[in-house]
Ligand binder design. Structure first.
Ligand SMILES: C[S@@+](CC[C@H](N)C(=O)[O-])C[C@H]1O[C@@H](n2cnc3c(N)ncnc32)[C@H](O)[C@@H]1O
Length: 287
């Protein structure tokens, strides 16, 4: 990606996260928090450790870690001020609380960390890797700021386990954008494979890490109808969000009618409106 296109993509992404910040934690019945809790369990933070949470968003991972490492520390970094505002709003009103002394949220890019080398025992990246401007640079930065033998814990969406209904819906988005003359920046499709068990370990290895543990988390459900489906999918990423929110009421009704017939075209009523949220979670040690 050329530098201008990369800046445009980052702005578009930060805009997306700024806009969805108030509904991020409640999306899909609290899905992000469940993934964050699993990531923390697998990362197994210890008392006294110093932790960096990259792409912290609303601070889900950081806030779960804080009481576990206290009197250590957790620093959450992100580029979206609205996400960070929510992360900070979850801090206790009591300034003397132990958690407040443990956790801190800063505006910073994952690719340009201001920290000295070998500062942290653990770096976490919850659902962030595939969104970063330069995932490889961010991994190299994580490696630099980790102490020798330090751990990196990552969760990434595993898109290949999406349902037929999701595949069909997402395939329809690009033609829909063209029909409405919307040209939206997108990352290359290789990022959709970051959560595959044969891809993530290679990415981490290339940045100087050895994977010590890998596990999967798969959840799913069904929406009741096309309206609920479209609302849910609008929170799934910048492309569906921008597109669905850009449609006026008439086109939104039209889209829902299209979704309805796409679901019928699947043949099996059990497949209609079914979604999976699948994640690969890996812990890797700094070589
Ligand atoms: C899907 S959210 C993940 C939030 C949280 N870690 C969680 O587990 O739910 C991805 C976050 O990465 C942030 N982000 C995207 N690009 C970034 C970058 N280059 N540097 C730092 N944060 C970035 C976004 O603003 C967003 O808050």
């Amino acid at each position: 990606m050329d530098p201008d296109a990369s800046d445009e993509m980052t702005d578009h992404l930060v805009d997306f996260f700024d806009r969805i910040a108030p509904s991020y934690d409640s999306w899909a019945g609290g899905q992000h928090e469940r993934v964050a809790a699993r990531l923390v369990d697998v990362a197994s933070p210890q008392k006294g450790e110093h932790v960096l949470d990259v792409g912290t968003g609303t601070g889900l991972v950081a806030h779960i870690i804080a009481p576990r490492v206290s009197p250590g520390s957790v620093i959450g970094i992100d580029l979206s001020e609205q996400m960070l505002a929510i992360a900070r709003s979850k801090m206790s009103a009591d300034r003397r609380s132990t958690t407040n002394k443990t956790v801190q949220f800063l505006g910073m890019a994952a690719e340009q960390l201001v920290f000295k080398p070998e500062t942290f025992e653990l770096v976490t990246m919850g659902e962030a890797l595939a969104y970063l401007s330069d995932p490889n640079d961010a991994l190299v930065e994580a490696h630099r700021v980790l102490r020798p033998g330090g751990r990196l814990a990552v969760s990434v969406q595993r898109r290949s386990l999406s349902t037929r209904a999701q595949d069909l819906f997402f395939q329809g988005l690009a033609p829909l954008a063209r029909r409405h003359s919307l040209s939206l920046p997108r990352y290359s499709s290789e990022r959709a494979r970051f959560g595959e068990p044969d891809v993530l370990p290679q990415l981490l290895k290339g940045a100087g890490f050895d994977v010590t543990r890998m596990t999967e988390m798969v959840t799913g459900g069904r929406t009741r109808d096309a309206h609920e489906w479209t609302d849910l999918m609008a929170g799934a990423g910048p492309l569906p969000h921008t597109l669905i929110r850009a449609l006026g009421p008439r086109y939104r009704t039209e889209l829902e009618a299209d979704v309805e017939s796409a679901m019928e075209s699947l043949g099996d009523p059990d497949d209609a409106f079914r979604y999976h949220h699948s994640y690969l979670i890996a812990v890797a040690r700094k070589r």
